[in-house]
Ligand binder design. Structure first.
Ligand code: FRU
Length: 504
């Protein structure tokens, strides 16, 4: 990795500074302790899964599971935010409110360009959202069919939404956990396209098909006895992707809670083929999208312009084990960084890479190149980039003046993020832990994103990723390069030092 905009001025014996580039302008929502600068958080209240990700007219729409009246989970709404660059988010009025059919659980949105649904016109194509209705009354009464699928549409590019009068569009066949429709548009060999819905059904995925987004036919299911089954399957998604050899593969993302590799929630994926409603995995290996404890329920954006030529994904940066008790005050939860998914090959095995979206690479920032063993961290919102020199191991440590620390290393084929001494952790007995992931191939580079209360570690541009929440009592102040790192650069992504963080 090359250091860009390199202009060194020795500051102390161990710290070298580079030239300042243009300053970043963030929505000034980062004056509260733990409030991130470049990750989306709702202004107030509770958030979980990202929903309805759709790109329209230059804007990335992010809907999300939201309870505006409390910082814990409750009657779910779809909150709404938009961004033009995946870095600066503007929160908009709530898009979908609970109604007599139930809370509005997770789901997806598509741009119905041909007006297959008949809900708009070819001159005003509708945006169509499919979501789960969760009827709390039915749940209380002990029924099992209280989750059904509903439809809503927008004729003003996502600003306002109307619920479809024929809801629910898919009734419950008698499965207690029956939720999270994600729609993929599939073009068949004969050029015809149809809508395919992946739906989580207890411990497996159901596939449905539709020509008009309103009537759905069951195609088949996948998952019995395959993959990880430590918990309920949620938020599945079927993706068509290219392997490095150019062949077409199908990737099935499946979130699961609990039973993740670090306890609690996590997202596994399968790589294989999808034909006539049947998904066949290439092998029975269990693969995880992110080996950190805090990345769940992620899905991809639909309707990206062809020329973007990417699979763009975002997750919920938390874990059901403690999401509702983390020490943020006015809101709870953030999204992960948006990431670009690609298949790569390790000794004949295909795996899924998730790299920070390219918008983050070109984010305007102040850049410092680090020479020597230690450096100050200029703010609570930074990216650290480094090359792994020499052999395959590296180690670095972040610390603050209170002696709190995080260790990030690769040793003996394991990449670890150790948050055992990383600050406030008394809200959950498993939070203070070291989390490791196997990486049998060589680490070449590391990118680490810190943003007030999180760390995202991308080894080899996301060939291995660990995402973790961190609640340091005072911001990270120092980085110590213990071993094996070269060409280290720190990018300050914060507009100005955060005064409220300094006080703690
Ligand atoms: C995943 C999930 C979904 C559900 C939603 C409810 O985190 O449990 O399965 O639709 O959250 O908020």
């Amino acid at each position: 990795m090359k250091i860009k905009n390199f202009c060194v001025l020795l500051f102390t014996s161990f710290l070298a500074y580079g030239c300042s580039q243009q300053e970043v302008k963030f929505t000034p929502n980062n004056l509260e302790q733990y409030r991130p600068a470049y990750h989306f958080t709702p202004a107030k209240g509770w958030m979980n899964d990202p929903n309805g990700l759709v790109y329209v007219d230059g804007e990335y729409h992010l809907f999300f599971q939201h309870y505006p009246d409390s910082t814990v989970w409750g009657p779910m709404h779809w909150g709404h935010a938009v961004s033009k660059d995946l870095v600066h988010w503007e929160e908009l009025p709530i898009a979908l409110f609970p109604d007599s059919l139930g809370y509005i659980f997770s789901g997806s949105a598509v741009y119905d360009a041909e007006n297959t649904s008949g809900l708009g016109s070819t001159t005003t194509p509708p945006l169509v959202a499919l979501f789960t209705y969760h009827d709390p009354k039915g749940e209380k009464e002990g029924t099992i069919d209280f989750q059904t699928q509903g439809l809503a549409f927008s004729l003003d590019k996502g600003k306002t939404w109307q619920k479809y009068e024929g809801n629910p569009v898919l009734k419950n066949p008698g499965i207690r956990d029956f939720r999270d429709p994600k729609i993929t548009q599939i073009t068949q060999a004969d050029g015809k396209s149809s809508w395919v819905m992946t739906l989580a059904a207890k411990d497996r995925v159901h596939f449905y098909e539709s020509a008009n987004l309103k009537e759905w036919t069951f195609l088949g299911e996948f998952g019995q006895g395959v993959g990880a089954h430590g918990g309920v399957w949620e938020c599945p998604e079927l993706l068509s992707m290219k392997a490095p050899d150019g062949s077409q593969k199908w990737v099935l993302l499946v979130s699961m809670n609990p039973g993740g590799p670090q306890k609690g929630s996590a997202t596994q994926y399968f790589i294989g083929d999808f034909k006539q409603g049947a998904f066949t995995p290439d092998d029975t290996m269990i693969r995880w999208l992110d080996y950190g404890p805090d990345n769940y329920a992620g899905v991809t954006w639909t309707n990206l312009p062809k020329e973007q030529n990417r699979t763009l994904w975002i997750g919920w940066m938390s874990n059901w084990d403690y999401a509702q008790v983390v020490p943020t005050k006015t809101w709870r939860s953030a999204t992960t960084l948006p990431r670009e998914l690609n298949l790569f090959d390790v000794d004949g095995t295909l795996l899924l890479q998730s790299a920070p979206a390219k918008e983050l690479i070109s984010m305007k920032s102040t850049s410092y190149s680090v020479s020597g063993k230690e450096s100050l961290i200029p703010s609570a919102a930074v990216e650290i980039r480094a090359e792994v020199s020499g052999d395959d191991s590296f180690s670095l440590l972040l610390s603050n003046e209170l002696g709190e620390e995080v260790v990030i290393n690769k040793e003996m084929g394991l990449v670890t993020v150790d948050r055992r001494k990383a600050g406030t952790a008394n809200f959950n007995r498993d939070f203070a832990a070291a989390h490791s992931a196997p990486m049998s191939w060589k680490a070449e580079s590391v990118r680490i994103f810190l943003d007030a209360s999180s760390i995202e570690v991308f080894v080899n541009e996301g060939e291995l990723v660990l995402t973790s929440l961190l609640f340091p009592t005072s911001p990270w102040k120092k980085i110590a390069l213990i071993q094996g790192l070269d060409e280290v650069e720190i990018l300050d992504l914060q507009e100005s030092p955060n005064p409220s963080l300094e006080k703690n």
